[in-house]
Design a binder for this molecule. Structure first.
Ligand SMILES: Cc1cc2nc3c(=O)[nH]c(=O)nc-3n(C[C@H](O)[C@H](O)[C@H](O)COP(=O)(O)OP(=O)(O)OC[C@H]3O[C@@H](n4cnc5c(N)ncnc54)[C@H](O)[C@@H]3O)c2cc1C
Length: 396
């Protein structure tokens, strides 16, 4: 079991050593090069973390967590990212786990929380629909009571990793007569239930992240509704509360900064190291400064939370800035690689006399840049964050 010391600097060092010693090398290499880990690789890592009490340290102790403070959690995220560990599935560990720990009934908690904390059970989030994204209150997937079950019909879209998931938590409409927010319930559905079809969507990046999920007379017991019927909207919103501070994505930004630096140090242009070229240095320095500012800003909110104060709507700026910064790092990496980052560059470069075969880092750079596009859309788009800041903070 990993021992968490009180002293934050020592805690950071211990975590760094832990990741260096325990992260399987094959997984480290594939993450470092920006490849998509398999479910099996990820699950093995989850199990290893779980055995050390490091998979869900932010959960309450009763459910296998360690009640870590927010600064400890942020250091944990950073060290995992900097050590090239894969990003953990936030839907499973940061969303449904904490929601069940707070709002689930004892049967639901007993049934699901130990399985999630073991690292073997995967969840996906069924919120968005073709006509309900930013306007989530428009969800139209219906759930009708039939004896002890709900019978569910409709479709979800952009469901990340539904192809791997064992369970889905979904927002469904249980009352069509009331105002939209008042007629939604939050239900848990077994992905193996008859009537569910998962259709993968291959993204522009070539990865299969998203899926469409269709429900055709799918049954789930009423006992698997979390909270009261028609009170799902409150739960839907509270889900996001659990990860508001994490949305600055400091660790993920540092991971990308390290990749951009590596590319700058290993590539040459016109006989000069890219890291020595003025345009690269200027852009790198600007993004680094933005990252330092983001970190300082996140620190203010961490201190507020530690003092028991409310975070307020202005915490939206962390999501907005952190997600945009990830995109800018990916763009810098692609620009620093130049033609080497082109999706078909392998053939093109190898056809050029004297050209070295490109490495995996270059081979995945374009995919990662396209993947980065999603950060300013998922979890509330930047336009929505702007609206929140304009209305609730600036009073416009
Ligand atoms: C990487 C990624 C992972 C995702 N994973 C999941 C998942 O696992 N489960 C899930 O349920 N969903 C998931 N989503 C979907 C995501 O929640 C939606 O894409 C998001 O809520 C936006 O909805 P939409 O795509 O329908 O766009 P729309 O809401 O149709 O928006 C289209 C455009 O209009 C803008 N816009 C919309 N309303 C306003 C407004 N009021 N003011 C100003 N501009 C506005 C938006 O910013 C956007 O630019 C994921 C998305 C991404 C990118």
């Amino acid at each position: 079991m990993f021992e968490a010391t009180e002293d934050l600097a020592g805690f950071r060092q211990d975590l760094r050593r832990f990741v260096r010693q325990h992260l399987p090398d094959e997984l480290r290499q594939s993450v470092r090069q920006g490849q998509q880990p398999t479910r099996e690789q990820q699950t093995r890592w989850h199990e290893l973390l779980a055995a050390q009490g490091l998979l869900v340290p932010h959960w309450p102790a009763k459910w296998g967590g360690r009640g870590w403070s927010v600064p400890q959690q942020m250091i944990y995220d950073e060290e995992m990212a900097l050590g090239d560990a894969p990003e953990l599935n936030s839907v499973t560990f940061d969303m449904i786990g904490p929601v069940l720990a707070r709002y689930g009934n004892p049967e639901q908690q007993q049934r699901f929380l130990p399985a999630i904390a073991s690292g073997r059970q995967w969840w996906c989030q069924g919120y968005s629909e073709p006509n309900a994204g930013s306007d989530l209150a428009s969800v139209a997937t219906r759930a009708e009571r039939d004896g002890d079950d709900y019978v569910i019909n409709g479709a979800k879209i952009w469901t990340s990793y539904a192809q791997y998931a064992d369970w889905i938590f979904a927002l469904v409409r249980t009352d069509r007569e009331v105002k939209p927010q008042a007629g939604i319930s939050f239900v848990l559905i077994d992905m193996k239930a008859p009537g569910i079809t998962v259709r993968p969507i291959v993204g522009i990046h070539g990865w299969v992240v998203f899926n469409e999920v269709f429900f055709d007379n799918v049954r789930t017991p009423v006992t698997l509704r979390v909270g009261e019927e028609n009170q799902g909207w409150t739960l839907a919103k509270s889900l996001l509360e659990f990860e508001r501070l994490k949305l600055a994505r400091i660790g993920e930004n540092k991971r990308r900064m390290a990749r951009a630096r590596e590319v700058g140090l290993t590539r040459t242009r016109g006989g000069r190291r890219v890291a020595d070229l003025p345009w690269f240095r200027e852009r790198f320095a600007e993004l680094h400064a933005r990252l330092i500012a983001l970190e300082a800003n996140a620190g203010r909110f961490v201190a507020r939370q530690a003092a028991g104060e409310k975070l307020g709507a202005e915490v939206s700026m962390l999501k907005m800035r952190g997600s945009r910064l990830i995109q800018l790092w990916e763009e810098l990496t692609v620009d620093a690689l130049g033609a080497e980052a082109m999706p078909l560059a392998q053939d093109w470069l190898l056809g050029t006399p004297g050209a070295a075969p490109r490495d995996a880092l270059a081979g995945t750079a374009s995919s990662r840049r396209f993947l980065g596009r999603g950060y300013t859309i998922a979890g509330g788009s930047s336009e929505i964050q702007h609206n929140i800041l304009a209305k609730q903070v600036l009073g416009l």
